[in-house]
Design a protein around this ligand. Structure first.
Ligand code: GUN
Length: 288
């Protein structure tokens, strides 16, 4: 049997059409949803990601500002820029692309972003809100994975979900989101002793390690849903995920491809978060 493909491009198209409609409604009220993206240094992958984010904003009717700084930018200068954007009423979302140069404390910079504009969902206030089930911005990649599960009508209640990876950006928030939908969640990582024994029990596997072939066909329960967050290059330089797609698709019930899976969904959820930040922003009162 060959797995059904969960098409992140098609789902993104649907969700972005909704973003564009809501953005148009906001514009009609005089509010233009605005995202500020800060890129420090010349990391080639970051440059591609940032370009894609800015283009996606333009395509959906969101205003975006890209601020680029040399890798020598001081931490104090960066903090000052974040604080200025916090006060700027034309900006509803602030994204500081990671990684930052080593001399800058990324945690300090993220904590300087107003939680009301934290569209990446990386602020401790956003992470805490997710943990206790209160409203707040969800990190875009795991949020996109949840939307992919929702798109196939998958009911997580009582299902065993295995997350491979424990990063603050994907693994940990992914586990909390799955838990919130009443899945039984196992988080595996580099110290896990028998990964295959865990994944073989899984109804849902989310692979978020950043290493090729972390999940192979012999590790997957027949019919399972497999979500591949990885973004790697194979020996030929082609984009590939953490999952051995060709093998696993013969065992799984559903699978996300790379490219065309989680990647576009991450950007889509950034647009959703930015739009919602703009919808929730206090409008400036005009005196008569
Ligand atoms: N670097 C890699 N992924 C991300 C992301 O989703 N947001 C930010 N700010 N930086 C990243």
């Amino acid at each position: 049997m060959t797995a059904h493909i969960i098409d992140g491009i098609a789902l993104s198209r649907q969700l972005r059409a909704d973003v564009a409609l809501r953005a148009a409604a906001l514009r009609a009220r005089g509010v233009v949803p605005g995202l500020a993206v800060i890129l420090v240094g010349e990391n080639p992958a970051s440059q591609v990601y940032v370009r894609n984010k800015v283009k996606a904003c333009e395509d959906s009717g969101l205003h975006s500002v890209l601020e680029r700084y040399p890798a020598t930018l001081g931490e104090a200068e960066l903090l000052a820029r974040v604080e200025a954007l916090n006060r700027d009423p034309a900006i509803h979302g602030i994204l500081v692309q990671l990684p930052l140069p080593a001399h800058i404390d990324a945690h300090k910079v993220i904590e300087a972003i107003s939680p009301a504009k934290d569209v990446d969902g990386f602020h401790v206030a956003s992470a805490g809100a997710l943990m206790v089930g209160q409203p707040g911005f969800w990190p875009c990649t795991p949020y996109g994975c949840m939307k992919m599960l929702e798109s196939i009508g998958y009911d997580l209640k009582g299902k065993h979900a295995v997350v491979i990876g424990r990063s603050n950006i994907v693994g940990k928030p992914m586990a909390l989101m799955l838990l919130q939908k009443n899945a039984t969640v196992t988080v595996c990582h580099s110290g896990t002793q028998n990964l295959k024994a865990m994944t073989l029990q899984a109804d849902v596997v989310v692979a978020a390690v950043g290493k090729r072939n972390v999940l192979t066909a012999d590790m997957v329960k027949p019919g399972a849903v497999v979500i591949d967050v990885g973004m790697n290059r194979n020996d030929e330089g082609k984009l590939c995920g953490d999952v051995d797609f060709d093998g696993v698709k013969e065992v799984a019930g559903w699978i996300t491809p790379v490219p065309g899976g989680v990647g576009p969904m991450t950007i889509t959820m950034l647009l959703v978060n930015t739009l919602e930040a703009a919808e929730m922003a206090p409008t400036v009162a005009h005196s008569a």
